[in-house]
Design a protein around this ligand. Structure first.
Ligand code: NOJ
Length: 560
């Protein structure tokens, strides 16, 4: 058992007969280290920078940080390409800095959840360096190698997620290796028990340093069968997760969140169902994919469809009503800024940012805040491709331009959906580069930092930060918010999200206008009457009327 955050009383919870865990009432906060706070002026965020901002996070009330990778890495994919799992990238600091961060965070009741990237390593990891030099070393089989096809080409025509073929030839050994992402990220061969033992050992090593758990990168890929061309949720996924649980996690009061782009409501409880002994929850993306073009993908997004979005969101509320648990998020380092994607980041930025939070934080599950979301940071809207840094955006630009897409059309898609929008520097104040660095940032700051920044938001009467703080505190205090089950209302309404949470006799009613116009709705008669307004984006109202008129992006939550 680690001693990161004080686990609250372990009490069986009436709603699900599940023992309460410390993370049930906690809110997570994702830190993308290279863009959070730079302590030494090299233009790159770092671990001492994060430690210096713990006051901000503790003020917000979060229970744990999900820390994107800080390990030694050539940074081809900003750290999601790890060259040494037991060391820190020098640009981010040292292991001592990491231990200091863990200890300082623990002092404030904040756990550190590390990113575990074990579907693949960096091609610079010493395992791969040995593996590519000879077929006769133990590490060769730590990766996935296949002989060339009879014509000397790759074994099949699988494509990599970041563009190009998924197989790269290695002359020294006369074989191709498999990489789901870029050639710099060779996939690890989970079929090899010695490799799995190395990973489990490394995980224990981090847990023994006092971290609070792991967010597991693209974890559904580890059970793949490349010969059958089954990559996601392959036949060995769940046996491997159960083994990992037995070997590493059993008996430790830590949190595990798996990232999965393939999990569905059919497979969700296989990961996090009661008695599965695998993970605590999964990040699933059905509500996110809803915003993507069905054939052309994320760089050609389609207009936002609230009804389809609600269908995806609430299907997971239904799934986890009695069993399992859900990870709630709208933003992360791979996604655009939520206020830009789902709402209006100009005329209605503040209310829209609050309303997105009202809805997400009052659902059942563990909510995650992505850095900057708590002050309503927006997409950057770059004008030229050379302002982007993300390899996914840059590779897809090249591929799509070669296929005849115009640069303007690609940039329009990238300005809506590129991963770089969430990676621009955190905006702390109105100083150059938003106070993120005294040097030159690795990626340009969003030009709106003078107007959108932490200092400015905190003193604003309409503070987005204060709204988040209220929601985060409410979850800690309220069994209804934490454990109540969710009942969706107005499913087919294209403009409104409305739902109830119910626990015993207690009821919470939440309603939000997702448009830039006023909207009036007739409410069910049993809801009308005096009620305690717990949360509002504009002004509180002490009564639920029969006919409710909401101004643009207004949201309210009442306890009945
Ligand atoms: C998912 C991570 O969130 C993303 O940033 C990364 O590029 C891929 N996995 C590959 O590790």
């Amino acid at each position: 058992m680690t001693a990161h955050a004080p686990p609250p009383h372990a009490a069986p919870n009436a709603a699900s007969e599940r023992t309460e865990r410390w993370w049930h009432r906690a809110t997570g906060y994702q830190v993308y280290p290279r863009s959070f706070a730079d302590s030494n002026g090299d233009g790159m965020g770092d671990i001492p920078g994060i430690t210096s901002k713990l006051g901000h996070l503790s003020d917000l009330g979060i229970g744990f940080i999900w820390l994107s990778p800080v390990y030694a890495s050539p940074m081809i994919d900003n750290g999601y390409d790890i060259a040494d799992y037991r060391n820190i990238a020098p640009e981010f600091g040292t292991l001592d800095d990491m231990d200091h961060l863990i200890a300082e965070a623990r002092e404030r009741g904040i756990g550190i959840v590390m990113d575990l990237v074990v579907n693949h390593s960096s091609s610079l990891h010493h395992w791969f360096q040995a593996a590519r030099a000879s077929r006769d070393c133990a590490q060769h089989d730590y990766y996935i190698w296949r002989d060339p096809a009879p014509d000397g080409g790759p074994p099949d025509d699988a494509r990599a997620a970041f563009g190009g073929p998924a197989w790269t030839y290695c002359e020294e050994v006369g074989q191709y290796y498999f990489h789901f992402f870029s050639p710099a990220q060779p996939d690890l061969n989970w079929q090899n028990p010695a490799l799995r033992a190395e990973i489990y050992d490394m995980m224990r090593w981090w847990l023994d340093r006092g971290i609070a758990g792991f967010r597991m990168d693209v974890i559904s890929l580890i059970g793949k069968d490349v010969d059958a061309r089954v990559y996601e949720e392959g036949p060995d996924l769940h046996p491997f997760l159960q083994e990992m649980h037995r070997e590493v996690l059993a008996g430790r009061d830590v949190l595990t969140i798996g990232e999965s782009w393939s999990v569905s409501i059919e497979t969700g409880l296989l990961y996090c169902g009661r008695d599965r002994d695998e993970l605590d929850m999964v990040f699933e993306f059905s509500h996110i994919r809803e915003g993507w073009h069905p054939e052309l993908g994320k760089f050609a997004p389609k207009p936002f469809d609230l009804v389809a979005f609600k269908r995806a969101l609430f299907s997971w509320q239904d799934l986890t009503r009695e069993d399992g648990w859900h990870a709630l998020f709208l933003s992360n380092h791979d996604l655009p800024r939520q206020v830009s994607f789902y709402a209006d980041d100009r005329a209605h930025r503040r209310p829209a940012a609050k309303t997105l939070a009202t809805v997400l934080h009052l659902l059942k599950g563990t909510p995650f805040v992505y850095q900057g979301e708590e002050i309503g940071m927006t997409n950057a809207r770059f004008e030229r491709i050379d302002q982007y840094r993300d390899l996914e955006t840059l590779n897809h630009f090249e591929e799509q331009i070669a296929q005849g897409v115009s640069p303007e059309a690609f940039l329009a898609g990238a300005n809506r959906n590129s991963r770089d929008h969430s990676r621009t520097p955190m905006q702390w104040n109105a100083a150059p580069h938003g106070g993120f660095t005294t040097g030159t940032p690795w990626i340009q700051a969003n030009p709106n930092f003078g107007e959108v920044n932490v200092e400015q938001d905190m003193v604003h009467s309409d503070s987005v930060f204060a709204h988040y703080r209220r929601l985060i505190a409410l979850r800690k205090e309220s069994d209804l918010v934490t454990f109540g089950h969710t009942v969706q209302l107005m499913q087919d309404d294209p403009d409104i999200i409305a739902f109830e949470r119910r626990l015993g006799d207690e009821r919470l009613f939440v309603i939000a206008n997702f448009t830039a116009q006023d909207r009036e709705r007739e409410l069910p008669p049993e809801l009308a009457g005096q009620a305690d307004c717990l949360v509002c984006s504009h002004t509180p109202r002490g009564e639920i009327p029969r006919f409710l008129r909401l101004v643009p992006y207004e949201s309210l939550a009442w306890k009945l």
